[in-house]
Ligand binder design. Structure first.
Ligand code: ZN
Length: 251
């Protein structure tokens, strides 16, 4: 693990989605996200990019050894990510690397492996047109570091995901998304995984402190459909920036 004065090293991975409009994301989604982190991080965050078409699918042992937080965006090409690549990521996160899964990464092999879940959207999804869904995002844990400087905000156009979301219980629900077009809700949450969790521990009068906490910090953030300019939104950028610091154990 890096020392606390060194910049947080972030690797922003995407699947090189050909269906993301180049007019909207000329540097792909990972480029937009990395640019935001490098600008807002002001030297305290150094973000690089990788994608599925890179050698070793963009995930090498060397890259992981030099990454504090991995950000993952995938959608149409989850099946092309090899089990070997996914397992490398799972192992690294369970040993303490931070992991941020964005939007449709809910069905990625990495997210499902890290959380040992299906990631199903049991309330469905919707790509509405004329009008598109709006996404009203409510801050549910205002004192959590990931919510610092963020007030309730609305994304004017997004895809809808509906709860229940088939994931393990959250450490904390940070935001609730609400889609007024159909009345659906969907959570963005934080959880810890991996080394340090005692599977035999159930509950106890304080003596269990730490036994339910794993070394790897994980943040799932709901928005980010590829046909909308979500990753240029100032609030979204702030949340991802905050998420990086938390997942790197810096906040
Ligand atoms: Zn989507």
């Amino acid at each position: 693990m890096a020392d606390n004065n060194a910049p947080v090293r972030v690797l922003v991975w995407d699947e090189a989605p050909s269906h993301a409009p180049k007019s909207l994301y000329p540097k792909s989604l990972n480029g937009a996200i990395a640019d935001g982190l490098n600008e807002d991080g002001a030297g305290k965050i150094v973000a690089a990019t990788a994608n599925l078409d890179d050698p070793s699918q963009g995930i090498t042992d060397g890259a992981l050894a030099n990454t504090d937080v991995l950000i993952w965006w995938g959608h149409a090409r989850h099946g092309q990510v090899s089990d070997e690549t996914a397992q490398k990521v799972v192992k690294a996160v369970h040993a303490g690397m931070g992991f941020i899964a964005l939007h449709s990464a809910h069905y990625s092999k990495t997210f499902r492996g890290v959380l040992n879940c299906t990631g199903h959207l049991k309330g469905g999804w919707r790509e509405a047109e004329n009008p598109a869904d709006t996404e009203e995002i409510r801050v549910c844990a205002p004192k959590h570091p990931i919510c610092q400087g963020v007030s309730d905000f609305t994304l004017p156009a997004e895809e809808m995901y509906g709860a229940p979301f088939d994931v393990p219980p959250a450490l904390v629900v940070l935001f609730q998304s609400y889609f007024p077009l159909g009345g659906e809700y969907f959570p963005s949450f934080a959880v810890t995984v991996g080394e340090g969790i005692d599977p035999k521990f159930t509950s106890g009068p304080g003596g269990g402190k730490g036994q339910g906490t794993g070394a790897g910090r994980v943040f799932y953030f709901r928005p980010g459909h590829e046909t909308y300019p979500t990753y240029f939104d100032a609030n979204v950028r702030r949340v991802i920036h905050n998420g990086v610091l938390w997942c790197a154990h810096r906040s």
